[in-house]
Design a protein around this ligand. Structure first.
Ligand SMILES: *[C@@H]1O[C@H](CO)[C@@H](O)[C@H](O)[C@H]1NC(C)=O
Ligand SMILES: *[C@@H]1O[C@H](CO)[C@@H](O)[C@H](O)[C@H]1NC(C)=O
Ligand SMILES: *[C@@H]1O[C@H](CO)[C@@H](O)[C@H](O)[C@H]1NC(C)=O
Ligand SMILES: *[C@@H]1O[C@H](CO)[C@@H](O)[C@H](O)[C@H]1NC(C)=O
Ligand SMILES: *[C@@H]1O[C@H](CO)[C@@H](O)[C@H](O)[C@H]1NC(C)=O
Ligand SMILES: *[C@@H]1O[C@H](CO)[C@@H](O)[C@H](O)[C@H]1NC(C)=O
Ligand SMILES: *[C@@H]1O[C@H](CO)[C@@H](O)[C@H](O)[C@H]1NC(C)=O
Ligand SMILES: *[C@@H]1O[C@H](CO)[C@@H](O)[C@H](O)[C@H]1NC(C)=O
Ligand SMILES: *[C@@H]1O[C@H](CO)[C@@H](O)[C@H](O)[C@H]1NC(C)=O
Length: 836
């Protein structure tokens, strides 16, 4: 399960950073900058928002006819183990395929597909995942991921997202969401927001590894950093999505599993759906359900807020093309058996629960293509591509199948055999897994290559006698893994403990390369590792990073090693010489009863930190080689006439309501004559006609003015946010932010002998004293034949050239001089021009 404490904190009242009471005076002062003002009332939907009109018209027709309890039913999951949120809508993890699915695919991780720098592949992967979810009857797929973005390289779940660069992550979010939703499945952009490490994300888990904290970690972020870094990709998510006000988000916000910590407070703070519905797993009680029904009846939560929840949920549902007669889910997460309990916790409703529908289609081909096109060639001293080598020695456990089977470790919670998927709730069961050993052995037999493999990192004498023979090409497979904090692997509580390779991988490489002058290294990993000790050895003739590529792993890497795919993947993070070069790091020891994580580095993470501090990385952000070479020339900048930026003014309509409700509590009693109660199931009904007794809420009856924030239940028209959309604009922000201001073009020539893809990147220097030297603001992946010249073109919007102004609370293009750079990586930028 995945839980975002931050969502709960956000829902509990802070509009941006998660703010918690502070334990000491000392920290209080340091946190002045971390507070963002609470935002009440929760912005209600705009039924005429551009692009949402039809969906909201359908939602209105539906929601207006519902009773209060039917609305509450829409907003509250039915409990942990029932699987369905609503009778007609099922939810499934996750960001790289269907968790616990059978006959479904295990796609490359988000971070891996990001390395393709290929919008089309990002889209196609989303679309294929959407098609598989649809085929299983899933209505909401819980992905993609922009939080964590990757503040710290050891963060356990970075691989689920795309890249520590917000621009690339934004593109990844937008393309994936488009793909999923084009198949008629709702995508869930997560985790909102600043969920950057696994340590201290859950109180119980922290107790498990020896720390007594009273609340989960608080991420303290200043307003500028929030906008320019962490919120940025969620803006792109909205373009298909601080959220409802400023971005004009029209979808719904759901709580992560066990992340909701209050009832009335979360409703008023903007939560729209309580998942999985119970207070804690399988308690049978809910912060909403009965409590939400009563909160409306006793006047604490206004009707409009529940109507807004129901409208947002149903509008999203209709927006992706779903109808009220969707086929039900045909799989069950809790068992692979054909027959089982519909209500797993209660062990009730024994029936057919799995139809074992094969939804894979030809997605294996796409997975193989992405795996190969994502592979980053970090070094190549002429060793690659392989051409029928005489003698190939494959070394390392990371080339091998997992002896326990590809799904032998629940939620992939181990590090056995080749790393093709990391661990946690963001995983999918493999339908099969092509190991590198298997694919390379097949290739060798076809080529009449002598082929031997030693798949045990510690079989030192066998390895040494093999790789010291004449004519040998050694390919050493190594890895580094991480995952979600509820599983600990080799003492790594989700987050990695270090940046070195697992299984003595660095020593293995050093041992092999001390004996073999043609040592090729393949790294499967969830982020950077420290290659400092061996990368420049003359005997290490090639280095490839292959990410966590999914089920076709072996085929993908073989395609690259043998040149069937000319590599063009670009590293979506930096490879620094030492851990400190990244700046921010995971907090492994709590600094407080409620751990306080200060994001003091601001926007300076990964390459932005490295560049700002004049550190030389080993392989810079965006770097990757090819089997051919390219030259860059002729940068041109064209200014586009755009209207001046107009901050949005005016007001919303008053909060609308849809339908009415009875205030007679006897209309809300549990219909025992009609429904048999299922233990653990969450219902909207009351047991008794006494409201307080029905909720059993120990704090029942506190007057709202004693504890609720001012304006929390106000329904009068509210001012529109200057940076937000007005009634005629699309969600995502003020339309002026998306005006095109410049077109930048450059010519790229393939100066080598083979056809290849090139990934030109456009960086902008925003010029201010607090700005990183350069930030990514454009890229493309272009296929170029030998001798051919192509034109790279990128458009810069006002948003791309703006900074967040904390005083104005709006985006501004500052007076600082701005420069654009174009080149093949963040540090190889042969072309530049200033912006007029
Ligand atoms: C609420 O949903 C449950 C099943 O999830 C159903 O049994 C019940 O009838 C619904 N109640 C109302 C009022 O819609
Ligand atoms: C944890 O800390 C709380 C509050 O300081 C205290 O009440 C509790 O006894 C502690 N629990 C353990 C297991 O130390
Ligand atoms: C109502 O919410 C409170 C916590 O606020 C919880 O203790 C109680 O069990 C809930 N009631 C029901 C019926 O779920
Ligand atoms: C880093 O962590 C991995 C995985 O737990 C472990 O195998 C390795 O020995 C650690 N490296 C160092 C230098 O401690
Ligand atoms: C590397 O070689 C040394 C010396 O032979 C040996 O002790 C060590 O176990 C080897 N380590 C690996 C991982 O191969
Ligand atoms: C490279 O390999 C050769 C064996 O082919 C060995 O003699 C030499 O010491 C190695 N060089 C390094 C720097 O490891
Ligand atoms: C709700 O509205 C309907 C249609 O206008 C009306 O028939 C019904 O009596 C109303 N119910 C209540 C409880 O006000
Ligand atoms: C309501 O009644 C059911 C059935 O007796 C019981 O399981 C549940 O705990 C009751 N809820 C409350 C809040 O008392
Ligand atoms: C109204 O109901 C909610 C939900 O049970 C409860 O938390 C709150 O204390 C109640 N407020 C009043 C004023 O009765």
């Amino acid at each position: 399960m995945h839980v975002t404490a931050l969502l709960a904190l956000w829902a509990a009242g802070s509009s941006a950073a998660g703010i918690q009471p502070l334990a000491s005076r000392e920290t209080e002062e340091r946190h002045d900058w971390a507070f963002s003002p609470p935002h009440y009332p929760s912005p209600w939907m705009n039924p005429t928002a551009v692009g949402w009109e039809v969906a909201y018209a359908k939602a209105k027709a539906f929601v207006s006819q519902l009773t209060l309890m039917e609305k509450v039913n829409l907003t509250t999951g039915v409990g942990t183990a029932q699987y369905l949120a609503l009778d007609f809508a099922a939810y499934a993890d996750g960001p790289l395929g269907i968790r616990f699915g059978d006959y479904s695919s295990a796609f490359p991780s988000g971070q891996t597909v990001a390395a393709t720098f290929d919008r089309q592949l990002l889209y196609q992967r989303g679309r294929a995942m959407g098609a598989e979810a649809k085929g299983k009857g899933v209505s909401v797929l819980l992905g993609p991921v922009a939080g964590p973005i990757g503040r710290m390289p050891t963060g356990g779940r970075n691989w689920e997202g795309f890249s520590p660069d917000p621009y690339l992550t934004g593109v990844g979010m937008a393309e994936t969401i488009k793909g999923i939703q084009d198949e008629g499945v709702i995508a869930c952009a997560k985790h909102f927001i600043a969920n950057e490490q696994e340590h201290f994300r859950q109180v119980g888990e922290a107790n498990g590894y020896g720390y007594n904290i009273t609340e989960t970690l608080s991420s303290n972020i200043d307003d500028k950093t929030m906008h320019e870094l962490y919120l940025w990709p969620f803006v792109d998510a909205t373009m298909n999505g601080l959220l409802k006000g400023e971005l004009g988000f029209q979808g719904f916000v759901l709580s992560d599993w066990q992340a909701q910590h209050g009832g009335v407070s979360t409703a008023l703070a903007g939560l729209d759906m309580s998942m999985p519905g119970d207070t804690r797993f399988n308690t049978g009680f809910s912060f909403w359900g009965t409590n939400l029904t009563v909160a409306v009846l006793n006047g604490t939560v206004p009707q409009y807020r529940v109507d807004d929840m129901a409208m947002r949920i149903m509008a999203a549902y209709f927006k992706v093309g779903m109808t009220l007669d969707q086929p039900p889910i045909n799989m069950n997460s809790w068992t692979k058996d054909t027959f089982g309990y519909r209500h797993f916790y209660a062990q009730e409703g024994y029936e057919r629960v799995n139809w074992h529908i094969d939804v894979q289609d030809d997605h294996g081909d796409l997975i193989r293509e992405i795996g190969a096109k994502a592979t980053v060639l970090l070094k190549n001293e002429g060793a690659l591509p392989l051409k029928k080598p005489r003698f190939l020695a494959v070394i390392g456990e990371d080339a091998a199948p997992n002896p326990l089977g590809p799904n032998g470790c629940p939620d992939r919670g181990c590090n056995e055999g080749t790393l093709a998927q990391s661990w946690g709730s963001g995983t999918a069961d493999f339908p099969y897994l092509v190991s590198p050993y298997e694919a390379l052995a097949l290739q060798a037999r076809q080529d009449h290559t002598r082929f031997e493999a030693v798949l045990d990192n510690y079989a030192t004498s066998q390895i040494e006698s093999l790789v010291s023979q004449e004519d040998v090409t050694a390919v050493v497979f190594v890895n580094a893994n991480s995952g979600e904090g509820y599983i600990s692997v080799d003492g790594n509580e989700g987050d990695r403990n270090n940046l070195t390779l697992w299984g003595s991988g660095d020593e293995l490489i050093k041992n092999v390369s001390s004996l073999c002058s043609n040592t090729i290294v393949v790294i499967h990993s969830v982020g950077p590792t420290l290659v400092t000790d061996w990368y420049d050895s003359p005997n290490v003739t090639a280095i490839l990073w292959a990410g966590v590529p999914g089920q076709e792993s072996g085929n993908s890497i073989t395609d690259v090693l043998y040149g069937r795919v000319n590599p063009a993947g670009r590293t979506p993070f930096s490879w620094a010489a030492k851990r400190e070069d990244y700046g921010a790091d995971v907090m492994y020891e709590p600094n407080n009863d409620i751990p306080q994580q200060d994001f003091t580095e601001g926007v300076h993470i990964d390459y932005r930190y490295i560049d700002s501090n004049n550190i030389t990385p080993i392989f810079e952000y965006g770097f990757g080689l090819s089997y051919t070479t390219f030259s860059y020339s002729d940068i041109r900048v064209e200014k586009i006439a755009a209207p001046a930026y107009e901050p949005t003014t005016g007001q919303t309509n008053p909060a609308p309501t849809f339908g009415n409700f009875s205030t007679d509590l006897s209309d809300y009693q549990f219909p025992d004559s009609l429904i048999r109660r299922i233990p653990g199931y969450i219902y909207p009904y009351l047991n008794v006609t006494d409201a307080e007794a029905a909720t059993a809420d120990p704090y029942y009856g506190l007057a709202p003015e004693e504890w609720l924030p001012p304006h929390a239940a106000e329904d009068a028209p509210q001012p529109l946010h200057p940076a937000g959309p007005d009634a005629s604009q699309q969600p995502g922000g003020n339309a002026g932010l998306f005006d095109d201001l410049y077109t930048v073009t450059a010519r790229i020539t393939n100066t080598g002998n083979v056809v290849g893809d090139e990934v030109p990147q456009l960086y902008v220097s925003l010029g201010g004293p607090e700005d990183p030297p350069r930030v990514l603001r454009g890229f493309d992946r272009l296929n170029v034949a030998p001798g051919q010249t192509v034109v790279f073109a990128a458009t810069l919007t006002r948003r791309d050239l703006s900074n967040w102004d904390t005083a104005y609370q709006d985006w501004v293009v500052t007076e600082h001089p701005k420069t654009v750079y174009v080149g093949p990586s963040s540090r190889k930028l042969p072309l530049s021009a200033t912006l007029a």
